[in-house]
Ligand binder design. Structure first.
Ligand code: ZN
Length: 163
């Protein structure tokens, strides 16, 4: 029998420092990946929803969560991956989008993603804020992102696609 000395809020606070391995300026909490913490007689169960199924970082994140909980004496703990409902860029906080932009990645434009890059939206350059940009490739360093180039500052940049 576990005595629940840690609240759900405590756990969220502990885990909010864990960065997204792909975009280290943004935490997994800000990305909206931390869905819930279930506390019952079996212990603490952190519910995590992966961003894109193609993003290979979930193992690292789950490991970081377990290490952080262990370090804070949150026992016993486990991480559950939940794929439904699927993660969406709607779950990203505005702060996360701003940080992503400062980092040089254009954040997703829409809440709902039906009308994304495939519909010729203008993606603003995260560096000089020019709207004179062009898509170079639908896929960037990961399937989550598209490659763009700015025609004004000439810098290539990535756009984090809506999902
Ligand atoms: Zn630019």
């Amino acid at each position: 029998m576990v005595r629940s000395t840690h609240t759900k809020e405590d756990i969220f606070r502990m885990l909010s420092v864990i960065p997204d391995p792909e975009i280290p300026v943004v935490s997994i909490y800000e990305m909206g990946m931390l869905r819930d913490v279930l506390i019952d007689e079996d212990g603490y169960n952190v519910v995590l929803t992966p961003t894109y199924s193609g993003c290979p970082a979930m193992g690292i994140i789950a490991q970081d969560i377990k290490m952080t909980l262990d370090a804070n004496s949150v026992f016993p703990n486990k991480v559950s991956l939940v794929y439904h409902p699927a993660w969406t860029t709607d779950w990203m906080s505005d702060e996360a989008k701003q940080k992503m932009k400062n980092y040089g990645i254009a954040p997703p434009l829409h809440s709902s993603c039906n009308q994304d890059v495939f519909h010729h939206n203008i993606i603003e350059c995260p560096r000089c804020h020019s709207e004179n940009t062009v898509m170079l490739s639908r896929f960037g360093s990961t399937a989550c992102k598209s490659m763009y180039q700015c025609n004004d500052c000439k810098e290539p940049f990535e756009y984090f696609k809506c999902h």
